[in-house]
Design a protein around this ligand. Structure first.
Ligand code: FAD
Length: 483
């Protein structure tokens, strides 16, 4: 039962945690606290400022882009008063231009029918086009109901969540149509538990993986032989995938971090920074939260309700987790996504972002899959972010240091862009998800049954998908249904 005077603890000041606070305020809750262990909000939306030619601009080492399907992020923008650029970029705005490179550095044009008019290429592109169209139809018919946030009921052949379809003709946020809950039964949806590769083969559309791979695998979300199709198609639903193909994307001038910094500035209770939650106990209908501040001193506060937006597999280690929580959360796996920002020798860097498809296969684990050139006007002197994955189910992880070296070698030796300095190297706890087997066995429906037990609610990336939109939308859903 909603009690707006309840004291609510939110763990994590990333997109999910701040979105929870926004939606709580909208429902009249004013007695909440957000704990954030770092000295900034935004979590993996992290946009450090770097000086080039005497000018400081924002670069992205975490989240970069959005699309017209970013309805919950639009609500964050409106709350904070800070908005995206694009999809039609003006001069001086960070854009998403791209080209493709072979593993040996040559420019390639895999999707351009005008370059290389060979029979093989023409047939290949035709097949791709036809299979894309076929999948689009299948998703509207055989898999109707797939395009809602979250995974409730999918393992049992049902759908139940906020629809991703917002009705404005131009795809922009229709306000009153979001959230539009849809519910129904469709036994075919069980196929979404299959790894995406098997799902495509089952539906005779294997070629479409060539389209999905760039915005999925190179963006760190894993390989198609291991990731359940549900994650791939809920993130890159047919509309979002088409927007990526058509390069109709969004970016943020001062970086994605600024979306959440702006939100935080407008909240009645901005996040408490440098405050790490180190212990949670839930006796007698109360929630006791122990936090450690920057000086190392610990204090314990009492709450009525708890929302966890941080990794649940870590939560079980510092909280009085129940057997059910331990059993469920130990199934969560995540990707190890490595990226760094590189400066290049004077006038020797790339002038546009690049994708290296051959490095998006498990056999090339640890190699650079994509690099992001954000500021067109900086030409060959623009620092770029370079990205690689270092884990794949069934293979040994590539060590972190070795991954950084492989990535550097790819950029310098294969692509011939000499790096002068590496800035902000990091590995992210990325794209938490469950295996096909656990998905099929109803992991998400088991999690749903735990919502509210011990006054505890689960939000964040695992709920729907590891992107800004899905995390913010999951917060809207959790606050909407349980508070
Ligand atoms: C390289 C990269 C590229 C990406 N590209 C995109 C993109 O283009 N578009 C897109 O939409 N998304 C992108 N993402 C994903 C997006 O950033 C995440 O999905 C999103 O930030 C998840 O939000 P969250 O709040 O669930 O988690 P997080 O962003 O991880 O935030 C969690 C917060 O909790 C804090 N925290 C953790 N433990 C504790 C604790 N014990 N106590 C207190 N605080 C704690 C953390 O410090 C962090 O601030 C990208 C991410 C990365 C890393």
């Amino acid at each position: 039962m909603a009690n707006t005077s309840d004291r609510v603890c939110i763990i994590g000041g990333g997109p999910a945690g701040l979105a929870c606070a926004v939606y709580l305020e909208k429902k009249g809750y004013e007695n909440y606290v957000i704990y954030e262990k770092l000295n900034k909000v935004g979590g993996k939306a992290y946009s450090p400022k770097i000086e080039v030619n005497g000018e400081k601009r924002a670069y992205e080492t975490g989240a970069i882009m959005g699309a017209i399907t970013y309805h919950a992020v639009s609500e964050m923008e409106a709350f904070g008063g800070y908005y995206h650029k694009g999809p039609n970029f003006k001069k001086g705005e960070p854009n998403m231009r791209r080209e493709y490179r072979s593993v040996t550095g040559e420019k390639i044009e895999p999707f351009n029918p005008k370059v290389d008019k060979s029979f093989k290429k023409t047939i290949g592109l035709l097949k791709l086009k036809m299979q894309f169209k076929k999948l689009k139809k299948l998703m509207q018919t055989k898999y109707a109901g797939y395009d809602c946030y979250g995974h409730l009921g999918v393992a049992a052949g049902k759908y139940d969540g906020i629809s991703k379809i917002v009705k404005n003709a131009d795809g922009s946020n229709a306000g009153e149509a979001f959230p539009n809950y849809i519910r129904g039964t469709n036994p075919n949806l069980k196929d979404l538990a299959l790894p995406f590769r098997e799902f495509c083969e089952l539906n005779h559309v294997p070629e479409v993986q060539r389209i999905w791979i760039a915005p999925f695998t190179s963006f760190g979300y894993g390989y198609f032989d291991e990731i359940p199709a549900a994650y791939v198609l809920k993130y890159l639903d047919m509309t979002t995938a088409a927007e990526f193909v058509g390069m109709r994307l969004w970016t943020w001038q001062d970086g994605t971090q600024e979306i959440y910094e702006s939100v935080n500035r407008k909240l009645k209770h901005p996040a408490l920074l440098n405050t790490e939650v180190v212990k949670v106990q839930r006796p007698d209908g109360k929630v006791l939260v122990t936090v450690r501040d920057a000086s190392g001193s610990e204090t314990t506060e009492t709450f009525d309700k708890l929302i966890i937006t941080t990794p649940l597999d870590y939560f079980k280690d510092y909280a009085d987790a129940s057997q059910d929580e331990k059993a469920l959360f130990s199934k969560i796996v995540h990707e190890k996504y490595v990226d760094f920002i590189a400066r290049f020798e004077e006038n020797k860097g790339p002038v546009i972002s690049g994708y290296i498809f051959e490095n998006m296969e498990p056999a090339r684990l640890g190699h650079a899959m994509v690099y992001y050139h954000r500021w067109e006007d900086f030409g060959k002197n623009c620092p770029c972010t370079v990205y690689a994955l270092r884990n794949h189910t069934g293979d040994k992880d590539v060590p972190y240091d070795k991954t950084l070296q492989l990535m550097k070698d790819d950029i310098e030796k294969a692509l011939k862009f000499p790096i002068s300095e590496v800035l902000y190297a990091q590995e992210s706890y990325y794209c938490p998800h469950v295996s096909s087997e656990d998905y099929k066995n109803g992991w998400y429906d088991k999690l749903e049954k735990l919502q509210g037990v011990n006054n505890t609610y689960y939000a964040g990336e695992i709920l729907s998908f590891g992107d800004m939109e899905d995390t913010c939308a999951a917060s809207k859903d959790i606050v909407g249904r349980f508070f």
